[in-house]
Design a protein around this ligand. Structure first.
Ligand SMILES: *Cc1c(COP(=O)(O)O)cnc(C)c1O
Length: 423
């Protein structure tokens, strides 16, 4: 069920008209649907039914406190990759024992903060990290539960910038070396081995790489247990893809993913953790933008809109596709024509799509980018001195701004002139 539908000729988010939100907050803005976020969390929770499990939302996909609170209230744990994310989880009341800490470059300061505040486990990605973590934990007189992130060398068949499970990238420890690294972990003070971690990439639209990776994890579980390690948790990462293009959508279902988990590692008597990000937040959000100008080029038409690559960088960074629809429903039979949709930023990369068949959208009218709830607002910047666009949350017939647009003064005041320049 889709919670972004036309009603009375206007696109709505649940029961709220996009035009009404735009009139209140101005464009561009992000808007998220509570019902969609809740449904996606529940779908994952249900997919693992019958196995002890914890769904740890990968908050790097969308870390607005309101989004986190909504998921935390449903029982979600959190996967964090920085101390800042850890603080966000804590700020909405997630207990330390439901937070897992991932990432290749955890610093001493981050380790100290997180160990003091409580943590479910560190997902350790290298031997140097293991040594430093042991030192910090021993100094603090605590024992830290860890998994080692293993790199199973499987091809996730996704965009190279978001594939993480092949041996040529920076993530994890080659699975062939895992037994040595676990032996090291077991020998270090302050470290307690509790399981294995794997995450092979993002936007996976084929479940086979998961099966390959989880089978390798199952094999490793047996081997490590034979070596005398206690393996009671398997963190299977995130990465399930979403249908960015609804016209040719055949997305893998979380329920099928759950079946693969059951089939590959279900017999090992482990608690399962998963870290979905995109599938929870992606299709729960739109980015709404107004057309500034319709411009005709040399045999090419452009829709110049008030959102840009600094607001939604996925097309520029990953060649990502977003379905784009007019906020006012086109009349039946309206003809479409190919057009490039671009932002005002001074880079050719600031192009959302090329030659997209679109109905006419007049200057001043709005369009909505679908599937913008994940890796949208969190990756935005103020490039070209464009203030960060606001985020809005809808729940039924109510909406609220959950991150306001800064004023130009606020943006300018973040810079400081050195004393010697002040006169
Ligand atoms: C990014 C990331 C995730 C989430 O990936 P999605 O594709 O958003 O589900 C989960 N775990 C780790 C370690 C990650 O880096």
């Amino acid at each position: 069920m889709d919670h972004f539908l036309y009603r009375d000729g206007v696109l709505h988010a649940e029961d709220v008209s996009i035009s009404e939100i735009a009139a209140s907050v101005g464009t561009p803005f992000y808007v998220y649907s509570t019902a969609t976020l809740q449904r996606h969390y529940t779908v994952f929770d249900d997919a693992l039914a019958g196995m002890p499990h914890l769904v740890c939302y990968a908050m790097k996909a969308n870390s607005n406190l309101a989004v986190l609170k909504l998921l935390a209230d449903m029982g979600a744990g959190m996967d964090v990759v920085s101390v800042g994310e850890y603080m966000r989880a804590k700020a909405v009341g997630v207990p330390g024992d439901k937070i897992v800490f991932s990432g290749v470059g955890k610093t001493r300061a981050e380790m100290e903060h997180v160990l003091a505040g409580g943590i479910r486990q560190f997902n350790v990605e290298s031997e140097p990290e293991l040594h430093l973590l042991s030192k910090v934990a021993a100094e603090m007189g605590v024992e830290v539960p860890i998994t080692v992130r293993v790199n199973p060398d499987v091809d996730a068949k996704t965009h190279p910038k978001i594939a993480t499970g092949m041996s040529d990238n920076k993530f994890g420890i080659p699975i062939s070396r895992a037994r040595d690294v676990y032996a090291l972990a077991a020998s270090l003070p302050g470290i307690k081995v509790v399981g294995i971690d794997v995450h092979i990439g993002s936007q996976l639209v084929d479940l086979d790489p998961y099966r390959d990776a989880f089978l390798k994890v199952a094999e490793l579980t047996e081997a490590l247990r034979a070596d005398g390690h206690e393996i009671k948790r398997l963190d299977l990462g995130g990465g399930l893809g979403i249908p960015y293009e609804r016209s040719n959508a055949d997305p893998p279902l979380p329920s099928d993913y759950g079946d693969i988990v059951r089939e590959t590692v279900g017999h090992l008597d482990c608690e399962i953790e998963i870290e979905p990000g995109r599938l929870i937040a992606g299709n729960a959000g739109l980015m709404v933008s107004s057309v500034i100008f319709n411009k005709s080029g040399d045999g090419r038409d452009f829709l110049i809109v008030d959102a840009a690559m600094n607001d939604l960088i996925r097309p520029a960074m990953y060649d990502a596709h977003h379905d784009i629809v007019p906020v006012i429903e086109p009349a039946v039979g309206t003809t479409v024509a190919p057009i490039d949709i671009v932002g005002p930023v001074c880079e050719s990369g600031d192009t959302f799509t090329k030659q997209r068949p679109m109905p006419p959208v007049a200057d001043g009218e709005m369009i909505a980018f679908r599937s913008a709830g994940a890796y949208g607002a969190v990756m935005s910047s103020e490039y070209n001195s464009r203030p960060m666009i606001p985020e809005v949350l809808v729940d039924g017939d109510q909406f609220a701004v959950i991150r306001p647009r800064p004023t130009f003064d606020e943006m300018l005041n973040r810079d400081k002139l050195p004393e010697w320049m002040q006169d």
